[in-house]
Design a protein around this ligand. Sequence first.
Ligand code: VG1
Ligand code: CO
Length: 544
Amino acid sequence: MSQIATVATEPIQGQKPGTSGLRKKTPVFMQRHFLENFVQSIFDAIGGAAGKSFVLGGDGRYFNDRAAQVILRMAAANRARRVIVGRGALLSTPAASHLIRLRRTDGGIILSASHNPGGPDEDFGVKFNTPNGGPAPEAVTEAIHRATEAITEYRIYEAHDVDLSNLGETRLGEMVVEVVDPVADYADLMETLFDFNAIRAMIAGGFRVRFDAMCAVTGPYAVEILENRLGAPSGTVVNRLPLNDFGGLHPDPNPVWAKVLMDEMFGADAPDFGAASDGDGDRNMVVGKGVYVSPSDSLAVIAANAHLAPGYAAGLAGVARSMPTSAAVDAVAAAKGLDCYETPTGWKFFGNLMDAGKVTLCGEESFGTGSDHVREKDGLWAVLMWLNILAARRDSVADVMAGHFRTYGRNYYSRHDFEGLDLAAATAVLDRLRGRMADLPGTVAAGLTVAAADDFAYTDPVDGSVSAGQGLRIVFDGGARAVMRLSGTGTTGATLRLYLERSVPGPDGLDTDPQEALAPVIAAAHELAGIEAHLDRSEPDVIT
Ligand code: VG1
Ligand code: CO
């Protein structure tokens, strides 16, 4: 007989959400009480689940299906009214954000560790999104963390698994479980924003697209939108079947992990347009025939051209970028008279700006772009925006980029990641540098003179909340910049991210290799932080 069980438990250390939700090795999440404690803490932190409705879904990685069943039983035991679940417990992060908004739920739980690899020995994650559809802001994630430290019991309904393979409504006790098509509402939303006829005509005219779904959640979305609705030939979307270990791929759409796509786009007879997305579908990489578009440049190009898409024909309210993202978009904003906001890393900081109508478009250097159509970054949205721009301009990616640089100048940009570092050693490097920030101006390193240095702190212009310690910024004479911070999404050791930028106004010097253009900034940053001396590393593990 089904009944509600109240299970005694104890706090488990380390249930502190990072940049985007709680991420741990899958075996950690599968430990006794681990998932249950965290989910009960979410409910406790938001004043209980009774009478509320939620969206639930994930990127299909290993443990997604089991975790979804546990969360449904816990929602029922906590007397939630309704949970809307994507069929098979699948939902991309942007589709989940859209459903929360469309169905006006009290939030949603997304099962994903996003761009981190998945599988029994890889990563799993859980993220709570608030009723605006966006990632919980810091006040909420802190309340969840406090609840994990005080938890004494959780509630779970003892019942069989719910069949999530068929659309429609069932009941779990008093609670309604509504299984929905994960793709349909999202695809419909895209049709309202972009000129599907123009894109369809461009593709029918021979424009070739390649989309690499990296065996992650975007496959079914890309097949429905690009192949079924826009008429791209079958096979346009590769790695289209979501697999619970992503087929062993690292579902992070960048030139390193999406190398197969890069090789195709730079090879003979390359398609006109290539793109890839990450585990949960919120990231994107855009590549033209023989030309790579950096995420910071993509944001700038979209800011300059978004009016060509019907959903943005009235123009943008304003734009925002995370602090480490290049200032390429700032140049567009200045030229167009748009407000431009600079936020800490992580999409949760854009939510207030979008809710208040201050910005339409947001982006991060980490392959994240999006708008106020949802409250998450959105990989396929960015792909469709690009296709819409190319169809409207009847131009190639290479020509769009060259024209953009001629008009606005070019911000050479790169991120160097040093992975698998000892946490104490990496923290010490940043602490040491932080301690010197005030004295750095005037210092000469590798021939560059420091003009300004600080530890980025952000005051939210809407609610006044302050987030300090968001990254060390060093600006050199002439405007070149280095930023350093530790990753908040990894699950082992520490990752030091070094962000490098140098702007060139043009018309000369717009075609240099970015690593070459940035060489002096790289050298200066290494010298100031003492990367070789203290971390025993001279080369980064990943360069994007
Ligand atoms: C990284 C990126 C950040 C992004 C976050 C979540 O965080 O740098 O820009 O918002 O991942 O992306 P960190 O703390 O590791 O630098 V996703 O697609 O993994 O949700
Ligand atoms: Co992601």
